[in-house]
Design a protein around this ligand. Structure first.
Ligand code: OGA
Ligand code: MN
Length: 200
């Protein structure tokens, strides 16, 4: 793979400052239109492979109702996004000494009526997830379509973030958050920047 650079729309200074002050940061217009279309194509052409996210290792939970597909090397388009997050991780490590070593990621699809109840991606530091980064890749999202990311920032202030196309919501993995019930199909890539090199 060619050397990956951060897109010019990603302001590292802004991201570092937002994470430092609030524990989260929003990147809009993350990628150029050509790449966005390739990502949507890779996601939608694989929807038949997505699995119920509530069932992990045979155990069923009722906290979430979305469907997911873990990324691997044969999903080449989304791998480029993962590589870009690796480049950003180096900046985060330099600034905050997070010791990020790995990025794990899955596509997620919330069909109408689906949600993810209040949770933390890394409660009490029990896993190596340091930063969560959710990229939204549906073509369109209107304000009354639900599916908002509701997030408590590091100063305990709540934010309601719209899953706008081509946006990345990045936040500390220990923060409390939820995905409100979507009214239309909501597509994303959820990635975790991890301080351990756990294989999925
Ligand atoms: C998750 C999650 C948020 C979102 O997958 O753990 O909280 O906006 N996703 O999709
Ligand atoms: Mn989460």
């Amino acid at each position: 793979m060619e050397a990956v650079q951060l897109p010019t729309t990603w302001s590292v200074d802004q991201i570092l400052d937002d994470l430092d002050q609030h524990g989260f940061s929003i990147i809009d217009n993350a990628y150029d239109q050509d790449y966005v279309e390739q990502l949507i194509e890779e996601c939608t052409s694989n929807l038949n492979r997505f699995r119920n996210a509530a069932i992990q290792n045979g155990v069923v939970s009722n906290i979430r109702s979305d469907h997911i597909l873990w990324l691997n090397e044969d999903l080449e388009v989304s791998q480029q996004h993962v590589q870009t997050l690796h480049v950003l991780a180096q900046e985060l490590n330099r600034a905050f000494f997070l010791g990020i070593k790995d990025v794990e990621a899955h596509f997620a699809c919330y069909n109408a009526g689906e949600f993810y109840a209040l949770h933390r991606d890394n409660p009490q530091g029990k896993n190596g997830r340091m930063i969560s980064a959710v990229y939204y890749l549906h073509n369109e999202w209107q304000d009354d379509w639900g599916g908002e990311l509701h997030l408590q920032d590091k100063n305990d202030k709540w934010h309601t973030l719209q899953p706008k196309p081509n946006r990345i919501a990045m936040f500390q993995s220990d923060l409390l958050h939820e995905v409100q019930k979507a009214k239309h199909q909501r597509l994303s890539i959820t990635a975790w920047l991890r301080s351990d090199a756990q294989l999925i």
